[in-house]
Design a protein around this ligand. Structure first.
Ligand code: SIN
Length: 349
């Protein structure tokens, strides 16, 4: 049972109305939440990114009781096709809208496959304390028990709440909400796929209001130095994966293709196979910044633990998973190529 003393919840028992309602913009980008299947039982083999934002909003009449909602279709893609170009477009639009006095918060509907990446990218580049909430669905809009409508309803309430202000970009799924930096997609197909593993959700959506139990500590949004307003591209950074018998092929290919940074998803605590380490050393000699991460998904990669990072001039990923370490490295490289500075960023954001 939740008591008032335990939870920081908002607007207990109140559903606001009319002019009192927060103005929440819903920016639609595609994904399964906007997907359609051939039948109501089709939850595999459906087509993502088909339904437009107005249809998404009209499908949940209750949205109008919790917010004054306005929809905008920013693009319409399955999120496996997300690109840096689309991210920059989205981030610029979010910053533009949040600068307006008449916008209280933003919900972004998104495919779940790369939702955690877009959320963390925005967490680092949005320049506002107003709430930004990403939401998706695991079942297409045509499915029995589609999860999109309830997820969207919860996301709109969260984005319109004062409690969510200043907490960084949030992800609302399956009656819970998470910090962008910590959340990951952890199951290929179940509706409880979004998890923050060791660190846990920030809170629950219940009774049409958010209940916060934790707040993110790492700096985000207005407290980062990353500015996308004049960027039309991001430095090229790729991820090389560690496994039994791995060789240097991927790392060498990334260097040859012009990478400015490589995240190496090492085994365990970021351990490097003896056959890949020389490739990373050679890459560093060519000024490619190397981030030593881990494929494990939980825990801190210890600096100077499984490799002598000081001597190799490598950066460690802290607790970021490889796909998020790549995002921070891209943005870091827009500011500096000094590995000491970049390491500090990995310990700060
Ligand atoms: C996608 O990520 O666009 C498809 C999968 C999903 O949204 O669940």
């Amino acid at each position: 049972m939740v008591t008032g003393a335990q939870a920081q919840s908002e607007g207990a028992g109140t559903v606001r109305s009319g002019a009192d309602l927060p103005h929440v913009m819903i920016l639609a980008t595609g994904g399964t939440i906007a997907g359609t299947g051939a039948t109501s039982t089709t939850t595999v083999g459906y087509t993502a990114a088909k339904v437009g934002v107005e249809q998404l909003i009209d499908a949940v009449p209750a949205l109008r009781t919790v917010a004054d909602v306005t929809g905008e279709q920013v693009f319409q893609v399955a999120s496996e096709n997300m690109t840096n170009t689309l991210w920059l477009k989205l981030a610029k639009r979010v910053n533009e809208l949040l600068a307006r006095r008449d916008v209280d918060g933003i919900v972004i509907t998104h495919g779940t496959d790369t939702l955690e990446e877009t959320a963390y990218f925005l967490d680092l580049v949005v320049k506002s304390n107003k709430p930004v909430v990403l939401v998706g669905a695991m079942r297409p809009s045509t499915a029995i028990s589609a999860d999109g409508p309830i997820n969207l309803y919860n996301a709109v309430i969260l984005a319109g709440s004062k409690a969510a202000a200043g907490k960084g970009v949030l992800v609302a799924m399956n009656d819970q909400f998470y910090a962008a930096r910590e959340v990951t997609k952890a199951n290929t197909s179940t509706v409880d796929t979004f998890r923050s593993s060791d660190l846990g959700a920030l809170g629950y959506m219940q009774d049409s209001r958010p209940h916060f139990y934790r707040v993110p500590i790492r700096l985000h949004t207005v407290d980062t130095p990353f500015d996308v307003s004049k960027l039309d591209a991001l430095p090229k950074v790729d991820i090389a994966y560690g496994y039994e018998n791995v060789g240097r092929t991927a790392v060498d290919a990334f260097v040859a293709s012009g990478d400015k940074g490589i995240v190496y998803a090492g085994v365990g605590d970021g351990s490097l196979h003896q056959d890949v380490k020389p490739a990373l050393v050679d890459a560093r000699k060519q000024n490619v910044v190397i981030v030593r991460g881990s494929r494990v998904g939980n825990g801190i990669v210890a600096r100077n633990g499984e490799a002598n990072d000081d001597q190799l001039d490598f950066v460690v990923s802290d607790t970021l998973n490889p796909q998020k370490a790549r995002i921070l490295l891209m943005l870091a490289l827009t500011r500096t190529s000094d590995t000491r500075e970049i390491q500090k960023m990995f310990q700060t954001y």
